[in-house]
Design a protein around this ligand. Structure first.
Ligand code: COI
Length: 381
């Protein structure tokens, strides 16, 4: 398995001084098992498996032994810092049931590394990503029957890390809880896999800014995006195209990284995505698309900024081939339209036959569902 090297510029991990160990896991099995949902009827993130992982931390005692327990409600003091000041972060990764009936995680170490970076940025305690990954692997192994028997569904793994300081004073937390829950999921968007979305692009809202937390997976980034999302819906669009800066650089779409496949200004066939400059989440699917297409070596692959002006010009000159979002939940999501400055910009992703989008989607699925051998997957069981 790869080691993963997601970094956030300017933040180097503090040495791990005290860590929890997967070898210390305590396991309490559920007495009953909930009914598993039909894999064809799954609504994203609404059903949950029988068990969860919980690991408590206090500044005074360090990490406690990790525990796998029956899924249960949390009991929290109403003053905890996660609820008042968003001392909180999360991750999202998936387990897939392969064609060989083996269960695999897709590039999980990249999620563990990113989670560590988010923890450092949130002043939450550090942990050893390898130990957390082994605890998660064990949790998925225990709930393996919750990994859907379907090549159109998967088990979404949601690690969460919250500050549980029971105080209204804003300070670095001295208490924290890391937990992981599992949810069998189908396509993220109700319309289905590889259906296109329209985007609403208005610079009056920004998702993230240089020096902010846009490159970390903290809950505040997501909750604060809903107001713009509601305006996008009111304008008849499905997602927000997040712009940044005076030049209206395109950054992300909804909760996804964004890719443009086009003939660039120099007449070159190119796949381009915004660079990891602090406002972009270092997505695992984003990284995988870059890694795959660079290996294919069929066209130029670049991480650089693209402005709305460049996009509008490319549209006028018929130079856009495909545009799509990427993320763990949706995997890939084609873009067909952008509403910008009162005008609808048509993006011909669908008419162009989704060539690159579906090639990438299938290549990723072949790896995830074990049809293609790859060192990007970790075998659970
Ligand atoms: C993911 O794509 O995994 C995300 O974290 C987005 C979330 C809103 C479901």
């Amino acid at each position: 398995m790869e080691s993963g090297k997601h970094g956030i510029d300017g933040i180097s991990p503090k040495p791990v001084t005290e860590i929890f160990k997967a070898a210390d896991l305590q396991i309490e099995m559920a007495q009953t098992s909930a009914k598993k949902p039909d894999p064809n009827q799954l609504v994203f993130g609404t059903s949950f498996s029988d068990h969860m992982l919980m690991i408590q931390w206090t500044a005074a005692r360090g990490w406690e032994r990790p525990q796998i327990k029956p899924l249960q409600n949390l009991s929290l003091h109403p003053a905890v810092s996660a609820l008042h000041y968003s001392v909180e972060l999360f991750e999202g990764l998936k387990a897939y049931r392969g064609v060989d009936n083996k269960i695999r995680l897709f590039r999980p170490m990249l999620n563990m590394q990113r989670m560590l970076q988010s923890a450092i940025r949130s002043c939450l305690p550090v942990f050893d990503p390898k130990e957390l990954l082994e605890c998660i692997r064990k949790l998925v192994e225990i709930d393996r029957e919750w990994v859907p028997y379907s090549n159109a569904a998967s088990l979404y793994i949601r690690p969460v890390f919250i500050g549980t300081e029971p105080s209204l004073g804003l300070k670095i937390t001295t208490k924290a809880l890391l937990y992981v829950i599992l949810s069998p999921v189908g396509p993220y968007f109700t319309k289905g896999t590889l259906d296109s979305v329209s985007l609403w692009a208005d610079p009056k809202y920004v998702r993230a800014w240089k020096g902010g937390t846009g490159d970390c997976k903290v809950g505040g980034n997501y909750g604060a995006s809903l107001y713009a999302q509601s305006e996008a819906l009111a304008a008849g669009c499905q997602q927000v195209l997040w712009l940044y800066g005076d030049e209206h650089n395109i950054t992300e779409a909804g909760t996804m990284n964004l890719f443009l496949y086009w003939i660039n200004e120099n007449g070159e066939e190119e796949l381009v995505t915004p660079p990891l400059d602090g406002v972009i989440l270092p997505g695992v699917v984003r990284q995988s698309i870059l890694d795959l297409t660079r290996k294919w070596n069929q066209f130029k692959v670049e991480e650089r900024s693209v402005t709305m002006k460049e996009l509008v010009n490319a549209s006028k000159q018929n130079r856009i081939k495909e545009m799509f979002g990427s993320g763990t939940a949706c995997v890939l999501c084609p873009v067909s339209q952008i509403l910008y400055q009162g005008k609808n910009l048509h993006i011909p992703t669908m008419e162009n036959g989704l060539k690159l989008t579906s090639q990438l989607f299938e290549n990723l699925a072949d790896i995830q569902y074990g049809k293609m051998k790859s060192d990007w997957t970790l075998l659970v069981v």
